[in-house]
Design a protein around this ligand. Sequence first.
Ligand SMILES: Cc1cc2nc3c(=O)[nH]c(=O)nc-3n(C[C@H](O)[C@H](O)[C@H](O)COP(=O)(O)OP(=O)(O)OC[C@H]3O[C@@H](n4cnc5c(N)ncnc54)[C@H](O)[C@@H]3O)c2cc1C
Ligand code: SF4
Length: 397
Amino acid sequence: MDAYAGYYFEGKKVKESSSGGAATAIAEEVIKRGGIVYGAAYSKDFYSATYERAENEDELQKFKGSKYVYVNKVLIKDGEAVSVYKDAISELNHGRTILFTGLGCDITALKIFAEKEGVDTDKLFTIELLCDGVTNEIVHQEYVSNIEKIYDSKVIAFSVRYKKEGWIPLYIYAGFENGKEHIQPFYGSDYGFAFLNYKRKCCYDCKFKEHRGDLMVADYWGCRPGMDEYNQNGVSLIFVQNEKGNKLLDYLNRKQFFLKRTNTDYALYYSPRYYTSHERYPQWYTFDKIIREKGLREAVKKCAAITMPERFNGKKINEIILWGAGKCFHQYISVLREMFLISCVIDSNENNWGKELEFGIICQSPDVLKDKKNIVVLITIQNISSAFQVANKLLDM
Ligand SMILES: Cc1cc2nc3c(=O)[nH]c(=O)nc-3n(C[C@H](O)[C@H](O)[C@H](O)COP(=O)(O)OP(=O)(O)OC[C@H]3O[C@@H](n4cnc5c(N)ncnc54)[C@H](O)[C@@H]3O)c2cc1C
Ligand code: SF4
C-alpha cells in the first residue's frame, strides 16, 4: 500500500481542515467535474451532526473538520428525511459521479447496500477517514447546551479541531450569536474526556478494519518538524487502498496541494487505529449511568476528580499537562486520568512526538507550552535528576 503526505499550500485552507485538507481538496475537484459529494456536517442548531450532500464549493465548507460525534445517516431532501445511502445509490443510477466521505462503517454500509441493489459502481468513489471511534450524541448535545448557558447565547459556529496555535494541540471553538467566542483545549474539556473515554460501544470492537474506502485519509501524527512533508498547520496522511484510490489522488491539484510519497511502515506505526480498536475505558458504565442521570459535567467530575476550571492553591488553572511519556507515565496514567482532566502529555524525546500512548493520548513536543498561562505541569519521570532537569526547564520558561 502506498502512503502520501500532503496539505494545501494556502495556510487558511489547511487551517479550516482537520489535517492537511486532503478530503476537501479531492472533493473540490469532484465538484468541478460535475460530481456530488456526501459528507458530515453539524445541524443548523449545532446540537447534532448529519450527512449532507454538496454540489458546489460553498456547500463543501460545512464538511470541513472532523466531527467526533455519531453522524446521522439521514439527509433532508425536499423537506423529507432520506437515507444517505439510498440517495447516493439513486444518484449513481442516474449516472452521476459520487464521492462519499465517511468512516469505515459508513463506507462498508454504502458498499453493501450498492451490492444488494446491484448498482453499477464505476462512478462511485470513496474516501475513508481513519477512525478511532465516535462519542455518543448526548455528549455533543450537552456540551453545546452547557456553553450556550454559560455564554447566554446560541452557538453559530463550532469545531473540535480549531487550530489556534497550529495543528496541535487541538482546541474546541464555538462562536456565539452575541459575538462572544469560547476556546478551550480539546483534551482538557468535558467533550475531549468523553471522546477518549465514552465512545459508542461498537467502536471498542470495530468490525470495519478491512477498509473498503478507495483512499484512506488520516492525521499524519508521525510527521514532525525537520521532515520535508511537515506543515505546522496540519498534514494529511493518505493511504491508497486500490486503483480508484490512485485516480482520486490524481484529482489533487499539485499547484494548490503539496503531495509527497512517505514511508508506509513509518506512517502505519503512527496510525495504530488502522489495525486495532480503541481500548475500552474501565469506567465506561459508570460514565454512561451518570451522563444519563445527571449530565456530562457530573459524569466527567465523577470520573476525573479534578477538572477545569479549578483552583490549585487558590489560583485558577486552565490546563493540567503531564511531562514524561516513559515508564512512570505508563505506570501511573490509569490513576492520574481518574484524578485529573489531563489536556496533553509532552516529552523531551522527539521519537515520542506524534506517538499514541495509552488510552488514545497522543504525545506532543514541549513546544506546546509556549504562551500557555495558568497551567499545572505534573512531571511523570521516575529518574529524580531527569525530573529536576525538567523542573528547572519549566522554571526558566
Ligand atoms: C471520529 C473520527 C475519528 C478519527 N480518528 C483518527 C485517528 O485515530 N487517527 C487519525 O490519524 N485520524 C483520525 N481521524 C481522521 C482525521 O481526524 C481527519 O478527519 C482526516 O485526517 C481528514 O482530514 P482532512 O483535513 O483531509 O479533512 P477535512 O478537509 O477537514 O474534511 C473533513 C472530511 O471528513 C468528513 N467527516 C468529518 N467527520 C466525519 C464523521 N464523523 N463521519 C463521517 N465523515 C466525517 C467530512 O465529510 C469531510 O469530508 C478521525 C476522524 C473522525 C471523524
Ligand atoms: S470505530 Fe468503527 S464502528 Fe466506530 S465509528 Fe469508527 S468505523 Fe464506525
